[in-house]
Design a binder for this molecule. Structure first.
Ligand code: FAD
Length: 441
């Protein structure tokens, strides 16, 4: 190969530009020294706001606040790869995304509203909802799932009927995360039952205080089994009874619901997966520290082959999930969410399982200590279980991957690789060459 050829730039590059690497290093420090220690304290929302404020100010100064939106929409315009790398660090603790203005579901909802404004030019939504959301002054929730319609949102029964300049909304939702602390709810409703739900569903902004919005309860879950109401991060059951909001509260155009949901969920899944990797890394660090520290049956756990397998398998799975996720992010940056559909679906179920596996092994290596609340692992495990369900259950993503991949194949009466058939074809193809050799011989 000539020296000139060797100097050609490589097409695949896994490095991080030094300026951004420095920002990531700072984030790592903040998460380790300022945010993770807060987990051990029982803070009221007021106290939390107060202790997070200095980090939030610094994040703003460094241009890292609400980095998910393009600059013209009030964000920093980071692509998915950069955002992914940020989320990997911030996802180590639930306080990370809050401290950097990109916590779910607010980040995704802000994106939705921003896309809607871009489509329709409804600038009043910018001042009323988008700017306060980006500034962290208000909270939002995404209200799509219903007791009777989850994995298949074409079954949604919540209706929004136009009455003059208003929408009248009736329906029953649950698992609306942050519903009981939200100022505004993004409600997915059927606005035209006469066409396919893909064209007949819309998203509408509903102020939480609007008459008829009934936040029935926060559903107790495996992650948080204690009954309470109005807690950040809880998942609410909500009934909408003749709720009236202005027609202009529509996000995007009528019938845009599914298209918007796809746009919202694509980047959201990349961020989820990278946050899961942050959690996995924490669990992995605990696993390894325990392995080299615990002496039993004549040696340290680190010297037992089973534990070595857990270390090696965990690291391999995490590395695979990380590369898959960053590749999906890169593809999204290059070609858009639709082009990266298979990659995004793949990381959703693969990443969720890796998270679960690593935490499970970390608990096992700690024995009873891992099962106890003296370690954060049991809580991480309970939270991780939901990752296989929310944002579409893993099975649905597997269906997407398999369907898309199978489209690349067509039926074959005889398998393409059938050796006798290939042999006959090869004999035909190379007949004259083989004949020449035979003659020479
Ligand atoms: C912690 C958490 C937070 C959430 N936050 C929100 C939120 O903020 N807003 C919101 O709108 N929703 C939210 N959800 C709801 C979430 O999106 C739904 O749980 C999810 O879409 C699955 O719907 P479902 O629970 O009704 O399950 P179902 O639709 O009843 O599905 C049950 C099971 O059936 C199987 N299944 C379903 N379809 C298929 C298929 N095609 N092939 C094979 N198997 C299949 C899967 O195993 C699945 O787990 C949240 C859920 C959780 C757990």
């Amino acid at each position: 190969m000539s020296p000139k050829r060797r100097q050609q730039p490589v097409a695949w590059d896994f490095s991080t530009e030094p300026e951004f690497a420095e920002q990531l290093a700072w984030m790592r420090e903040v998460v380790r020294d300022e945010l993770i220690p807060l987990e051990t304290l029982e803070l009221t929302p007021h106290q939390l706001r107060h202790v997070l404020a200095p980090v939030q100010d610094e994040a703003r100064k460094r241009g890292l606040w609400a980095a998910h939106l393009p600059p013209e929409l009030g964000g920093e315009g980071f692509g998915q790869v950069k955002l992914g790398l940020m989320h990997e660090i911030l996802g180590q603790t639930a306080y990370g995304p809050v401290a950097f203005g990109n916590n779910a579901p607010d980040s995704g909802n802000a994106e939705l509203i921003a896309i809607g404004i871009k489509t329709t030019g409804r600038e009043d939504q910018r001042t009323q909802w988008l700017e306060p959301l980006l500034a962290g002054e208000i909270r939002s929730a995404f209200s799509m799932t219903e007791p009777g319609a989850g994995a298949d949102p074409t079954l949604l029964s919540t209706m929004a009927v136009r009455d003059g300049d208003e929408w009248v909304i009736n329906g029953h939702k649950w698992f609306t995360s942050n519903g009981s602390v939200a100022d505004v709810l993004v409600v997915m409703a059927v606005t035209n039952p006469d066409v396919h739900p893909y064209q007949g569903s819309s998203m509408i902004l509903v102020p939480a205080k609007a008459p008829g919005v009934d936040i029935v309860r926060d559903v107790s879950t495996m992650e948080d089994p204690v009954e309470h109401f109005g807690k950040f991060g809880a998942h609410s059951e909500v009934i909408y009874r003749d709720v009236r909001v202005p027609y202009g509260n529509l996000v995007g155009n009528e019938g845009d619901g599914f298209r918007l949901a796809q746009q919202r969920l694509g980047p959201g899944r990349i961020h989820h997966c990278m946050r899961w990797l942050g959690q996995s890394q924490r669990a992995f660090d605990m696993l390894c520290e325990r392995a080299v520290s615990r002496f039993t049956h004549g040696s340290y756990l680190a010297e037992k082959q089973t534990v070595q397998n857990w270390v090696a398998d965990s690291y391999a799975e995490m590395t695979a999930a990380r590369l898959m996720t960053l590749q999906a992010a890169w593809k999204m940056d290059q070609d858009g969410a639709q082009a990266a559909r298979v990659e995004i679906a793949m990381i959703k179920f693969y990443g969720a399982q890796v998270l679960f596996n690593v935490i499970d092994r970390a608990i096992q290596v700690h024995g009873s200590l891992g099962f106890s609340t003296d370690m954060p692992l049991e809580h991480m495990y309970r939270a991780a279980r939901a990752a296989r369900i929310y944002d579409g259950p893993d099975e649905v993503h597997r269906v997407t991957v398999a369907r898309q991949l199978l489209k690349r194949y067509s039926r074959a009466e005889v398998p393409t690789e059938h050796v006798p058939t290939r042999r006959a074809a090869a004999r035909d193809k190379f007949a004259s060459l083989l004949d020449d050799i035979a003659l020479e011989g």
